[in-house]
Unconditional design. Structure first.
Lengths: 240, 240
């Protein structure tokens, strides 16, 4: 499993993913699920992936190949696409094609393979956008009413987002909210694991403003997690 | 869907269920999912059900019929069974039989039907016990390490239980914890709904110590829910 979450706020985009992949409980690995593409001042795109690793790796590899192709056009490269809607469409088409190819092979073995993605970014002249791409290639977009999207194991981390996130949440609170949302998920689902990858894209910066990997021994994250546990227990004690 | 939770504490058993059943989003009804059986001073049993309503209703109806049968013996009636382990075994066998019968009919229509149950109680001379019965009729039992069991939509309400419940939690805190666990679930899953049924069985009381229905307009529950929301937001603001 996986947990990835993206927030679309007036102040910017905040993205967080875990890195655990597993084929059964006895075959656990660490793979990056966050991929960044930027041409500073022109465009910035961050993608996060959940689901079958062969599908997501192939999708990202082909998108990257298309970017690096000398004959790339605005129809073939997400780094030349005219706007974020076209980026989401291109990613959706690639994901759908790779899923279909993999499915043919998997069906022969009576197995299934699917994956979903979050695509976030901004193109110069356009606004920031955040999309969730389904395995079939269709997608939905975050709005002011629902300014966040999740893929993977979304249930444990949803209540905190519902309670504290709105479009005008400042970036500092947003960082804290996605980390606490991840903390709840890490505690409850063994298939979601450290380290974490976080990216922040400030509004109209047109570049990744902040990107960091949070390792399993990160003291700041451990302190936040402990403080949140204590605060919840205190809150529980207080209420009648 | 459904959410039912049971706690096995040193001080007693605390049980809470919702009452919403649905066949699709446009066919929602209210059905009791908590069933109590007692012979005060001798034995007390509470059952909660999740899953296909025809399966759970038939299971409860047949168990009740067997109790009322003039020829009932300790092998056929849960009210004559020698101990709680035998009660769990009898309930499991009945659930498994009804599930199998229903499955035969459902398979013809390419549909599936399954249900699970929580069985809690105490028999004079025995200790309090809490079981989760699977659709196949096998079961697991709550222990000191994991003193709670859930059926139905368990994810949203699990974090609060993990943080505050241990075997020595007093009954007052336990009531609060299951209500907050339910509150988180009600907020996030439309297929779980008010009113709620709560039962408390104090240790060695051998009767239902407290039973109440919490209606949708219950002021105390609404106040607790609002206080918890506020406390969570305050806790979020406090931590760094």
């Amino acid at each position: 499993m996986t947990y990835c979450v993206g927030l679309l706020l007036n102040a910017g985009l905040v993205l967080l993913s875990d890195t655990r992949t597993n084929a059964g409980l006895d075959n656990i690995s660490t793979y990056r699920k966050m991929f960044t593409f930027e041409e500073p001042g022109e465009r910035v795109i961050v993608m996060m992936t959940a689901g079958n690793l062969s599908v997501t790796q192939t999708t990202i590899a082909r998108l990257t190949e298309d970017i690096n192709n000398a004959d790339a056009t605005h129809d073939t490269s997400i780094m030349k696409a005219e706007n974020m809607l076209d980026v989401a469409t291109m990613v959706g088409e690639m994901l759908s094609r790779v899923t279909a190819e993999t499915k043919m092979r998997m069906d022969r073995m009576n197995q299934s393979a699917s994956a979903s993605m979050i695509v976030a970014g901004q193109r110069k002249g356009g606004r920031m956008r955040l999309f969730l791409i389904y395995p079939e290639g269709n997608f939905i977009e975050a709005t002011d009413d629902t300014p966040y999207l999740q893929i993977g194991e979304h249930k444990y981390g949803k209540p905190i987002l519902d309670r504290v996130i709105s479009a005008d949440t400042p970036l500092e609170d947003a960082r804290k909210a996605v980390l606490l949302s991840m903390d709840s998920t890490l505690r409850s689902n063994l298939s979601v694991g450290m380290p974490l990858d976080m990216a922040v894209i400030e509004a109209d910066a047109l570049r990744i403003t902040e990107q960091r990997r949070i390792e399993a021994n990160d003291e700041q994250f451990a302190a936040m997690s402990a403080a949140w546990s204590q605060a919840l227990r205190d809150a529980f004690t207080q209420i009648k």
